[in-house]
Design a protein around this ligand. Structure first.
Ligand code: SAH
Length: 362
């Protein structure tokens, strides 16, 4: 449980920690050491921080806490993916996914409880928007995952529940901590922010961060994108594409990853592929085709595999690097667009599908 009178140190960046310690009248280097204890060693108990003077530890105990979200459910999928359902201090639930692959371990992190953006093919959208996560709740997912898997992840993708750019002020410090040498030390190329295209926030991000950019494109023209990703009505392609180009243009090796969900009969024809090629002409691009992951109540269907292949080859022939994203963890509803924070909870009986594989006891 968090205590409102105490500062949760989990969400503080190096600079935030130094300021917090200075305000307590303590030396900044103690703040940096505490940061290391928390994120490098996974320690949440001040008494285990042996190089911090006892008196300072006592002051810390009175004024601060290190409180991550609580794992209420750990669901391993048959492919090694694990989905954790996390409970926040106010009783709300979010989901975090661990995706192991040869030589890398990726954590898919949520940025909001629910989402306000209402993309028609996404199940998180169906639950509506509850609130933003704090920086502590965002980095807390990485902290917990590192503890559970026994090492820091090699990659983080801000591709869980929520629109990260709609929670800019908390997402940016959390991403700083992912990259911080005294914390997880993940390079900027291995931290990826995925956005549906909140253009003004994307332009702001360029000023303060340099993480990899993935954009939920899903359609090659405004008419179709207006339907699938409604924020397109506010920030149409002619504003989105230049903002993305500006984001990567300082580094000629950088590319924008365009996410493109493959919806049967909606956006998956060769004509769509050709329109996409025209749209991305001259734009440093990688295209990530995501087979649609169905969820209860949706009318959309996944494109047949041969159509996804034909679409991919059309793009490849035009010189665009295109990969089909492997669906991971779909047997536990952990795949893209399936995260809704479902949990066994008597007050939420209406959520009927509760596939519990393994209860987690910390
Ligand atoms: N809100 C951010 C982060 C979500 S990332 C964004 O929109 O980019 C997850 C990716 O999965 C996004 O590209 C999203 O559009 C896509 N997605 C959502 N629902 C999906 C579904 N049911 N099947 C496949 N991909 C989906």
């Amino acid at each position: 449980m968090t205590d409102a009178s105490k500062t949760n140190l989990l969400g503080l960046t190096k600079e935030g920690m130094e300021t917090f310690f200075a305000d307590m009248g303590a030396k900044a280097f103690h703040g940096r050491n505490v940061l290391k204890w928390i994120h490098k060693h996974g320690v949440a108990d001040f008494d285990a921080m042996t190089d911090i003077p006892q008196k300072l530890r006592d002051t810390l105990k009175a004024q601060a806490e290190i409180t991550p979200p609580r794992i209420v459910l750990a669901q391993p999928a048959s492919d090694g993916t694990i989905k954790w359902v996390l409970e926040l201090a106010d009783g709300q639930h979010i989901e975090t996914v661990y995706i192991p692959e040869e030589g890398r371990s990726t954590i898919c992190v949520s940025s909001q409880v629910g989402c306000a953006l209402d993309c028609s093919f996404c199940s998180t959208a169906q639950q509506g928007f509850n609130r933003n996560l704090s920086a502590a709740e965002i980095i807390g997912q990485v902290w917990l995952a590192a503890r559970e898997i026994g090492h820091p992840p090699t990659n983080v993708v801000m591709m869980g529940m929520g629109e990260p750019l709609a929670n800019f002020d908390n997402v940016v410090p959390a991403m700083d901590l992912m990259q911080e040498d005294l914390a997880y030390m993940i390079s900027k190329a291995r931290v990826t922010l995925s956005t549906s295209g909140v253009v003004p926030a994307l332009r702001r991000l360029r000023e303060v961060s340099d993480v990899s950019l993935a954009v939920s494109l899903h359609a090659p023209d405004n008419a179709l994108r207006d339907q699938l990703v409604p924020i397109n009505r506010k920030y149409p392609l002619e504003e989105l594409i230049p903002a993305c180009v500006d984001y990567v243009k300082h580094d000629r090796r950088r590319k924008i990853t365009w996410e493109y969900v493959m919806l049967d009969g909606v956006n998956d024809s060769i004509a769509h592929a050709k329109a996409l090629i025209r749209l991305l002409q001259g734009v440093p691009s990688k295209v990530n085709l995501i087979p649609f992951n169905p969820f209860p109540g949706t009318d959309y269907k996944t494109s047949p595999a041969d159509r996804i292949d034909a679409f991919r080859w059309r793009l490849m022939r035009a010189g665009i690097i295109t990969v089909t994203r492997k669906t991971r963890g779909d047997d536990i509803d952990a795949a893209c667009g399936q995260l809704v924070g479902k949990v066994l909870d008597r007050s939420r009986r209406h959520l009927k599908k509760i596939p519990i594989v393994q209860e987690h006891r910390p």
